[in-house]
Design a protein around this ligand. Structure first.
Ligand SMILES: NC(=O)c1ccc[n+]([C@@H]2O[C@H](COP(=O)([O-])OP(=O)(O)OC[C@H]3O[C@@H](n4cnc5c(N)ncnc54)[C@H](O)[C@@H]3O)[C@@H](O)[C@H]2O)c1
Length: 380
C-alpha cells in the first residue's frame, strides 16, 4: 500500500460526543477512500483508569490520559477533538492552538462570547485549522437545502420558522447534570440546541440576524442530585429549559425560533422551515434523508411539498457509502464532519463550519441572553 500521510488524533471526552467522534475517527477511512490515515493516539476523560482503558480498547485508541493539559502537549498528536462540556472548550482550545494542534471543538463554541472570541484569536494566530461541531450541516437533506437555496430555488426569503424541541427534561426527577449549571454549560436549551438552529439557518441561507427579542424560561427550578433519590438533596437549575426569540435578518426577513427541552413527545425534533418568493424548504432531522421542497414555479395544479429522498449519488454526500435509498444515520454526520475536516487539513484548505462560524452563532446566543435580561429588542 502506498504510504499515506497520517493524522494523529487526541480527544477529550468519552461519553455522548466522545462516542460519536470515536466512531467517526475509527470508521471514516474504512467507509471512504481517504488520502490519509487516521491514527487514534489518545483519549482523555474524567474517569478511572479502568473505565478509560476499557473505552480506549473498545474504540481502538492507542492510549488514554486523565489530564487534558498533558494530552494537548503530546508531540505525537496533530489534532485535538474537544468533546467535553462547554466550560472546558476555551482553555483546551487555546492550549491546543499554542501547541500547534488543529482543533475540532464541539458546539456551542464556548460558554461566553468573550471566550469564543479568544478561541478564534488563538487558532488564527497559531495558523491551525479549526472546526466547530455544527454537525447537522452534514446531514444529506440540510446540505441539499443549501444547494437549492444557492441555486435560487427559494428566492427572496419571506419567513423563517424554526423549532428544536426535545422532551427529556419534562420529568422533574431527571437528575441534575452539568447541563443544568450555567457555570459549566453556559446556558440550557439555548446553547445546547438553539445554537444548532441558528447555525442551520445561517448555513442554508447565508443570512445573519441583525436584531432580536427573546424570552428564556426555567420551568423546573431544582432537580435531585442523585437520580436514584428523587426526594433526596436537590440542586438549583441555573439555565433555561426553553428559549424563544423573534428576529430580523439582514435582508429584512422575519424569523421565529424556539428551543425547548420540555416539549413532551418531541424526542429530537430539530426543524427548519424557510419560505421564499420562489419556493419553500422544510428540513427536520428526524427524517434526515428527506427534504421537503415546495416549488412555486410549477403549474399551480401540480404544486405541493415534494418529499425528496436525498440519497441519490448526485445529492450532497451521495447517499454515503450505501446504495441509493438506504440512507444515512446519526453517526454518519460525524463521519462526514471528520473526513471533510481532515481532508481540509491535509489539503491545507479552508473548512466550514469553523471557529468563525461558531463565533457568529455565539454572538446571537449572547444577544438572546441580553434581550431576555432586559426584556426588550437588542441589535447585533
Ligand atoms: N454536535 C452535536 O450534535 C452535539 C450533541 C451533544 C453534545 N454536544 C456538545 O458536546 C460537548 C460534550 O457533550 P456530551 O453530551 O458529550 O457530554 P457528556 O457529559 O456525555 O460527556 C462529557 C465528557 O467530558 C469529559 N470531561 C468532563 N470534565 C473533564 C475534564 N476536566 N477533563 C477531561 N475530560 C472531562 C467527561 O469525562 C466526558 O467524557 C458539549 O459541548 C455539548 O454541547 C454536541
Amino acid at each position: 500500500m502506498k504510504d499515506k500521510k497520517e493524522i494523529r488524533v487526541g480527544q477529550v471526552g468519552h461519553m455522548f460526543m466522545g462516542v460519536a467522534h470515536s466512531n467517526a475517527f475509527r470508521n471514516a477511512a474504512a467507509m471512504y477512500d481517504l488520502p490519509y490515515k487516521i491514527i487514534m493516539k489518545a483519549v482523555c476523560g474524567k474517569d478511572t483508569d479502568e473505565n478509560l482503558a476499557a473505552f480506549a480498547d473498545r474504540f481502538g485508541w492507542e492510549s488514554y490520559e486523565q489530564d487534558w493539559k498533558k494530552l494537548v502537549k503530546r508531540d505525537d498528536i496533530d489534532l485535538i477533538c474537544i468533546a467535553a462540556p462547554g466550560f472546558l472548550h476555551k482553555d483546551i482550545a487555546v492550549e491546543a492552538a499554542k501547541n500547534g494542534k488543529h482543533i475540532l471543538s464541539e458546539k456551542p463554541l464556548a460558554n461566553t462570547l468573550a471566550e469564543a472570541e479568544e478561541m478564534v484569536e488563538a487558532v488564527e494566530s497559531a495558523g491551525v485549522r479549526h472546526c466547530c461541531g455544527y454537525t447537522y450541516r452534514m446531514t444529506p437533506a440540510q446540505a441539499m437545502a443549501k444547494q437549492l437555496f444557492d441555486q435560487g430555488r427559494i428566492g427572496r426569503v419571506y419567513d423563517v420558522f424554526v423549532r428544536y424541541a426535545q422532551d427529556w427534561l419534562c420529568d422533574p426527577n431527571f437528575a441534575y447534570v452539568w447541563r443544568h449549571d450555567k457555570e459549566l454549560a453556559g446556558s440550557g436549551a439555548l446553547g445546547d440546541i438553539c445554537a444548532h438552529s441558528i447555525d442551520g439557518v445561517r448555513f442554508i441561507t447565508g443570512m445573519d440576524i441583525t436584531k432580536l427579542v427573546s424570552q428564556m424560561k426555567t420551568l423546573i427550578t431544582e432537580r435531585p442530585v442523585d437520580a436514584g433519590k428523587p426526594n433526596g438533596e436537590k440542586a438549583k437549575v441555573t439555565v433555561d429549559d426553553v428559549a424563544q426569540f423573534l428576529c430580523e435578518f439582514d435582508n429584512g426577513a422575519p424569523g421565529c425560533f424556539e428551543a425547548s427541552r420540555m416539549a413532551m413527545g418531541r424526542r429530537n425534533y430539530n426543524s427548519i422551515e424557510i419560505a421564499g418568493d420562489k419556493g419553500s424548504l422544510f428540513w427536520t432531522f428526524e427524517e434526515q434523508n428527506y427534504l421537503y421542497f415546495f416549488d412555486n414555479t410549477r403549474p399551480s395544479t401540480e404544486q405541493g411539498f415534494s418529499k425528496i429522498n436525498c440519497t441519490h449519488n448526485d445529492h450532497p454526500y451521495g447517499g454515503g457509502y450505501w446504495p441509493i435509498g438506504h440512507g444515512l444515520g446519526y453517526g454518519d454526520m460525524f463521519i462526514n464532519q471528520a473526513r471533510l475536516f481532515l481532508n481540509a487539513i491535509v489539503e491545507n484548505k479552508e473548512f466550514h463550519p469553523d471557529f468563525v462560524d461558531g463565533l457568529k452563532v455565539q454572538q446571537v446566543l449572547d444577544a438572546i441572553e441580553r434581550s431576555a435580561n432586559i426584556q426588550n429588542w437588542v441589535s447585533l
